[in-house]
Design a binder for this molecule. Structure first.
Ligand SMILES: NC(=O)c1ccc[n+]([C@@H]2O[C@H](COP(=O)([O-])OP(=O)(O)OC[C@H]3O[C@@H](n4cnc5c(N)ncnc54)[C@H](OP(=O)(O)O)[C@@H]3O)[C@@H](O)[C@H]2O)c1
Length: 273
């Protein structure tokens, strides 16, 4: 893996910082070779505490900087107004955008025919367990592709998609997905409290059950369907619960609807980026 060179990370909020943490711990890059541009002082301090160099404004970046990767981790709505400032970095860097919805064409309109990778990571990247869907434009050469691949693989499982549009679908599943699971833990905790468990116990049982079940689903030779069947004794407690979850409106139907809403929002964000 080639970890030489420097990285510019624009936007160091929830996801930008998750990537920063993941790269510092797993990419083998010295943290001070990551240059963060972030207007929020508290977030700059957090980036500096992680070892990165941080600046309030693009104008403060070192003039001689020639980054290998330029990571766009700002909200989609900000991208249109910020890109031109960074045009000079396209001479050396592959541009890597994690913004939901914003198409590569938006970047090309300002930056021209330069290497641009659009990807959709998720929050577990901070602990090296991210899922990253990615698509590179035709101007991304082999060397840049290899570098960006390594960068993304350092923080999770990378799935290169055959069409850019599929990034929006991935956003609805793996990008937003951790929030669905966090909400599931919240709901299971509430359900535990409702059947009489103390709050702390309900929370621990819910969280550890999701953790154990998801680790088992990854490690097992059995499919999730087979594992579910193994938990479900005929006429037992799980069967009683699943009758509720599978009746209309079923959990499956709700999740389909939720993912469709996320997908639609990603399409709408293409317009504002
Ligand atoms: N959160 C996730 O799980 C996740 C997952 C995958 C992809 N993404 C994508 O990642 C991007 C960032 O999301 P987020 O959740 O990390 O948002 P966030 O927490 O709001 O972080 C974005 C940060 O960028 C700052 N910013 C605004 N304008 C800037 C500029 N011109 N230059 C540098 N920094 C600027 C923001 O400051 P202000 O608050 O002052 O505007 C904010 O601190 C979005 O495009 C989102 O679609 C997020």
């Amino acid at each position: 893996m080639d970890q030489s060179g420097e990285i510019v990370l624009v936007g160091c909020g929830n996801m930008g910082f998750a990537l920063l943490e993941g790269w510092v711990a797993r990419f083998g890059i010295a943290a001070d070779r990551i240059h963060v541009v972030e207007p929020v002082e508290a977030l700059r301090r957090r980036a500096v505490a992680a070892g990165a160099a941080a600046y309030a404004d693009a104008s403060e970046l070192p003039q001689a900087l020639q980054p290998r990767a330029f990571i766009v981790a700002v909200k989609p709505q900000v991208i249109g107004s910020m890109l031109a400032t960074y045009r000079r970095f396209s001479a050396t860097a592959a541009f890597v955008s994690i913004a939901a919805g914003v198409p590569i064409a938006t970047f090309e309109a300002t930056l021209g025919a330069v290497p641009i990778v659009r990807d959709m990571p998720n929050m577990p990247a901070s602990i090296g367990m991210g899922v990253i869907a990615a698509f590179a434009n035709a101007h991304t050469g082999n060397v840049q592709m290899a570098y960006v691949s390594d960068l993304l693989a350092a923080v999770g499982n990378v799935h290169w998609l055959p069409e850019e549009e599929l990034i929006n679908a991935a956003t609805a599943i793996s990008g937003s997905g951790p929030a669905y699971l966090f909400h599931f833990i919240e709901c299971l905790t509430e359900a535990g409290i409702a059947v009489g468990l103390p709050v702390e116990t309900a929370h621990a049982l819910a969280k550890q059950t999701v953790d154990g079940a998801s680790t088992l689903a990854s490690a097992s030779v059995f499919s999730p369907t087979e594992l579910r069947q193994q938990v479900t004794s005929p006429n037992g407690t799980t069967a009683a619960a699943l009758e509720v979850l599978m009746a209309e409106p079923s959990l499956a139907a709700l999740l389909r609807e939720a993912a469709a809403a996320a997908h639609q929002r990603a399409l709408e964000l293409a317009v504002v980026g």
